[in-house]
Write a protein that binds this ligand. Structure first.
Ligand code: ADP
Ligand code: MG
Length: 412
């Protein structure tokens, strides 16, 4: 066990950021008085204004943060935790992607340090915490927290669009978002970009809000607080931004404002799922160009396959090396192409097929509830799509370590 004996290197000295410029909220969960005192002293020394210590460990933090907004810097105690990686996994499920996480613990263990760093944990310090290390840590964190940028942890932007109108794009977007929130336990923002006739709010029995229009017309007002007011909760992890603006006059296009809004959301959610209306407006094109993953939904007729193929071709021609998935929806509908014929028309098999199930989908739409909660076979189809989106196999075994605190790290 030579690795255990090797001391962990101290972090470099604190960056010399003037206290007045420091921003960001720091919350620490620690199990003992000595660690609390060390942190309090360092915070006072560095004039960290928003600093809070709560007694508890990483599990307490996960419980609290499931119900509260994440701070900018979160310090959690791993002392006495038998399976620290598992505990960190549970924490990552409830944290916003932009949070910087620092662990403290009672084990001087290089393997643990490496594993935690590999998961996206910014630093691991073992007790008793040396004053200089704590000051260096808080100094750097306070200098960068709240500026949203250097953690590299941003949620993934997923754009869902129909090859044609009426093919089930909104159904797929809503149920994919609900699956990622309910089953994968990720924080999801679902945005309906059809400002006039969108149906996301109807699918989820929500009243359309004003936030989306305000964000497009006054982008300078969009920040964390604005989003907190504008997002409508559809479940504990699924928040929605949808509106129902009058048909005339139309809201002016402002692709830049929409992209900025989506980037802002990526700091707070693991996935930002966007229902991009069919028709390729300027904004729709910009969002599809910007997304890390594009999902083209087509139903199983010849025109659907043709237009999915054309859309895919247009994405490839745009030169951006982003992932595109094609969904063959309403498979088996009367008069529709067989799966094989659909694949032939498309030039290659669809990435995912969803069976035609009119009855449960009509029932779900009437009740304003995602169909995955009422129809197990439909949920199973959506689970395969969600697996492709999250990079997990259908049984959920792949990529466990890589997911923590770094969902869509380099991707948008
Ligand atoms: N797999 C499916 N099986 C049966 N009906 C479906 C399926 N997917 C969508 N639908 C139905 O098709 C209609 C159009 O769906 P919607 O999601 O609004 O399409 P879009 O957003 O592409 O215009 C809705 O009535 C919806 O319930
Ligand atoms: Mg739609």
């Amino acid at each position: 066990m030579t690795a255990l004996a090797k001391p962990i290197q101290s972090p470099p000295p604190a960056a010399s950021v003037p206290a007045a410029e420091r921003g960001g909220k720091v919350v620490a969960y620690v199990t003992d008085a000595a660690t609390e005192t060390a942190l309090r002293q360092a915070a006072a020394q560095l004039l960290v204004s928003e600093f809070e210590v709560r007694r508890g460990d990483v599990r307490t933090a996960a419980r609290d943060l499931a119900r509260q907004r994440s701070p900018d810097l979160l310090i959690v105690d791993l002392s006495g935790i038998e399976l620290p990686i598992g505990a960190m996994e549970a924490l990552s499920q409830v944290c916003e992607p932009s949070v910087t996480v620092v662990a403290v613990g009672d084990r001087n263990d290089v393997a643990l340090y490496r594993n935690l760093r590999g998961l996206g944990v910014a630093e691991y310090l073992f007790k008793p915490l040396p004053a200089d290390q704590v000051e260096a840590l808080l100094g750097r964190a306070a200098g960068t927290a709240g500026r949203g940028g250097d953690t590299g942890r941003q949620g993934k932007l997923v754009a869902v669009t129909g090859a044609r109108g009426g093919v089930g794009a909104t159904t797929v977007a809503v149920n994919l978002a609900a699956y990622l929130a309910d089953i994968d336990r990720r924080r999801i923002a679902l945005v309906d970009l059809d400002l006039h006739t969108g149906t996301v709010a109807l699918h989820l029995n929500l009243k359309p809000g004003r936030g989306l229009r305000e964000a497009i017309e006054a982008p300078e007002r969009v920040d964390g607080l604005f989003l907190e007011r504008a997002m409508q909760p559809a479940s504990d992890r699924l928040d929605v931004l949808a509106t129902e603006e009058p048909i005339v006059p139309p809201v002016a296009q402002n692709p830049r404002a929409v992209l900025d809004l989506l980037d802002c959301l990526r700091g707070q959610y693991h996935y930002v799922v966007v229902d991009v209306p069919h028709g390729l407006s300027e904004t729709a094109r910009a969002v599809l160009d910007h997304a890390a993953l594009r999902i083209i939904v087509a139903d199983g007729n010849l025109a659907g396959a043709r237009d999915a193929l054309r859309l895919r071709g247009a994405f490839e021609a745009s030169g951006t090396a982003r992932q595109t998935l094609t969904v063959h929806n309403r498979r088996g509908a009367p008069g529709a192409l067989s799966q094989a014929d659909f694949g032939r028309a498309l030039g290659s098999p669809a990435d995912c097929a969803i069976e035609c199930r009119p009855k449960p989908l009509v029932e779900a739409a009437t009740l304003g509830e995602p169909a995955i909660r009422r129809c197990a076979p439909f949920k199973s189809d959506i689970s395969r799509l969600a697996g492709a989106v999250s990079g997990q196999s259908a049984n959920g075994a792949a990529g466990l370590l890589a997911r923590l605190f770094r969902s869509g790290k380099a991707a948008r």
